[in-house]
Design a protein around this ligand. Structure first.
Ligand code: GLU
Length: 308
């Protein structure tokens, strides 16, 4: 299979549509990003990398970071984390507060904002906020095997200023006793993890362990157990695209996690880790052309977990 030709075809097919969708405007710094960009990167379990389009331009990974903080929290606290966050799709917007009250401050899953904020509270345990941010950054640099990865402080500050809804979610959960640290500390870390700036090439490389039974296919190092990798993939499939998760599974059929910066990391288990990026979002906050690129890729490669 000629993966390079496939992703070049996809880039060419989608290029006339660049700019469709709308960039996230509730984070002022993200509203400045040029929407007419599309990058695709694939790292296979054989260790090959293929890129097309704007795959070497860094973007704000936003909620894709939630996969990595979940991995860290599971490493720290194991399965006990499920006492504080659920594993069911929410069917609500990423920043919705509605279910939280009914469900007594226990968020539906680790990939909606409330759930990710609880997970970040777990990563913060035993650390000062600055150390926790350092731990997350080091983990991404290690996974991507790239020391140049950084956090975009302007994006973090922009969210800090305008993160009213996240502050509401966090205060609400603290009121229910489901946050152990001060809201400002937890959100300080959360905004920085969301502001991680990475390219498609780096993101595809960082996700490789999830495509390879928990083991980094390039170095041979074990990151998580095969069972844990399978479970993280299951959560991405069911909850990785907010209330667009069912639609993404229907069209693409791969575990994936999106972010409002327009990035999506998708995992073809046993085959490859994929990152796509295009800043224009659909109405539920997922990259419009990114999801279409993945749908075309799944169709051409037969990589969907549900078969061709
Ligand atoms: N930092 C964003 C927020 O908390 C993440 C949302 C997303 O990427 O879906 O609002």
């Amino acid at each position: 299979m000629d993966i390079q030709a496939i992703i070049d075809d996809i880039s060419t097919a989608l290029r006339p549509r660049l700019g469709e969708g709308s960039v996230a405007s509730y984070i002022p710094q993200l509203a400045k990003v040029d929407p007419k960009q599309l990058g695709i990167a694939i790292t296979t379990v054989e260790g090959e990398t293929f890129v097309s389009g704007d795959a070497d331009i860094a973007f704000s990974i936003q909620s894709v970071s939630k996969v990595f903080t979940l991995t860290l929290a599971l490493g720290k606290a194991g399965e006990t984390i499920w006492k504080r966050v659920g594993r069911e799709p929410s069917g609500s917007a990423f920043n919705s507060i509605v279910q939280l009250e009914q469900e007594h401050g226990v968020p539906r899953n680790p990939f909606i904002n409330a759930g990710a904020i609880v997970v970040t509270d777990m990563v913060l345990s035993g650390h000062q906020p600055r150390e926790a941010i350092g731990e997350i950054l080091r983990f991404l640099r290690y996974l991507a095997d790239d020391e140049t990865i950084s956090i975009d402080e302007a994006v973090a500050a922009s969210e800090q200023e305008t993160g009213y809804r996240n502050r509401a979610l966090a205060n609400f959960m603290r009121g229910f006793g489901n946050l152990e640290h001060p809201v400002d500390h937890v959100l300080g870390v959360y905004f920085h993890q969301c502001a991680l700036s990475m390219t498609c090439r780096q993101l595809a490389r960082a996700g490789l362990f999830l495509a390879n039974h928990g083991r980094d296919a390039m170095t041979g190092h074990s990151v998580v157990s095969p069972r844990r990798a399978r479970r993280i993939n299951a959560l991405m499939l069911t909850c990785g695209h907010y209330d667009g998760s069912g639609d993404f599974a229907y069209h693409v059929g791969l575990p994936g996690k999106s972010g409002v910066g327009g990035g999506i990391m998708a995992i073809a288990p046993g085959k490859a880790s994929i990152a796509v990026w295009s800043p224009g979002l659909n109405k539920v906050g997922n990259s419009l052309l990114g999801a279409e690129a993945l749908e075309m890729l799944a169709a051409r490669t037969g990589w969907s977990v549900f078969g061709a």
